[in-house]
Design a protein around this ligand. Structure first.
Ligand code: KG4
Ligand code: ZN
Length: 331
């Protein structure tokens, strides 16, 4: 079963073809990131205009790379929400148009759940993905827009355990990078810089919010702001040290809560997804701590941590039996 997936929730315009929910035949991603950088964040109006410019070529290139035509496609999958309204609409309308014209079923997918599914799709010449036999699992999605913990019985039954009460983890990386004058997006640069700033002098708060699986990063962000304002003109002030201390706080909270959720739900599999899943400190702390507790932790391949359409096409496979022919199901 070949599914063409389309993703347009933010600044990436992506299309991919995935066979049988696992095998990636093609994955194409265009981004308008460069147009937003001078503003220090995504400008929705610019993002949606770029989506319109990119989408046709991204979809046709994805078909060409897979050496397929629309005739070879069994269903179309598209991100329905959450995301920027203008950007989402471009992908949705394009997908609906193809589905109608080709008389093929359309499956609308939840972007956050799709991020967790990135662990199950397999890129060409990459090792096999983690495999559905590893369910049930706990899933942590950490991106620019979301920080959520799920219990995953299977990919049609996900239960939200907790989410952020204020900023998402990636958003905190982006805002702290702005405070430190590091540009946008903040995650990759803070990740790189932290390795040069390892220290024990600076400690920032970790909001543990006892008794809940929710997160909060706004207090940490404010603490970084006040620390930076107070110390930036003093001798010995180091941006790398502040970046390291901030990253340590985020990573510690994410690790702690995810492993607690695994214990509570009595599962041995932890799936991570979203842009912050690319973070090297998160990967290394989670691997060490999870291993010590006998939990297998999975991260998507780097190429699938950020927004992509392979995760959308892959997840849609699990719903294909449920949709009416030519009809629409929202998942
Ligand atoms: O999943 P994604 O592409 O978009 C959303 O759905 O939001 O994630 C983008 C986010 C940005 O906030 C970016 O700063 C963060 O992922 N990010 C990282 C790293 N790479 C990207 N955060 C921490 N460490 C990284 N290496
Ligand atoms: Zn995303």
């Amino acid at each position: 079963m070949n599914i063409l997936g389309i993703e347009s929730s933010c600044d990436e315009t992506a299309a991919a073809i995935v066979s049988d929910g696992v095998y990636v035949r093609s994955t194409i991603i265009a981004t308008s990131l460069g147009d937003h950088q001078r503003f220090g964040g995504i400008i929705p109006e610019i993002a949606s205009r770029r989506q319109i410019e990119f989408i046709h070529e991204v979809v046709t290139t994805s078909l060409a790379q897979a050496q397929m035509t629309l005739e070879d496609i069994d269903a179309i999958a598209v991100t329905r929400s959450p995301g920027l309204m203008g950007s989402l609409l471009v992908g949705l309308m394009f997908a609906r148009g193809i589905a109608r014209a080709q008389k093929k079923p359309l499956i609308e997918i939840d972007h956050v759940k799709a991020h967790l599914y990135s662990n199950y799709v397999q890129l060409p010449e990459e090792p096999p993905a983690c495999g559905l036999s590893s369910l049930p699992a706990v899933g942590l999605v950490v991106s620019g827009g979301h920080s959520s913990l799920f219990y995953i019985k299977d990919f049609k039954n996900l239960q939200l355990l907790g989410s952020t009460r204020d900023d998402a983890a990636g958003e905190a990386f982006d805002k702290v990078a702005r405070i430190l004058g590091l540009g946008y997006p903040g995650g990759p640069v803070i990740d790189r810089l932290s390795s040069q700033g390892i220290n024990e002098e600076i400690k920032f708060p970790q909001a543990s919010l006892p008794g809940s699986y929710d997160f909060s990063f706004s207090g940490l962000k404010t603490a970084v702001l006040y620390y930076t304002q107070k110390h930036k003109h003093k001798p010995g002030f180091s941006v790398a040290k502040v970046a390291y201390a901030f990253q340590e706080s985020v990573v510690a909270v994410l690790t702690e809560k995810s492993l607690k959720a695994c214990q509570k739900m009595k599962v041995k599999t932890l799936l991570i997804g979203g842009g912050v899943a690319a973070n090297s400190a998160l990967r290394s702390l989670l691997k060490t701590r999870a291993q010590a507790q006998g939990i297998n932790v999975f991260f998507p391949p780097m190429a699938l941590c950020l927004d992509n359409a392979a995760m959308v096409a892959g997840l849609a496979f699990h719903w294909h039996k449920d949709f009416l022919s030519f009809g629409t199901k929202r998942r």
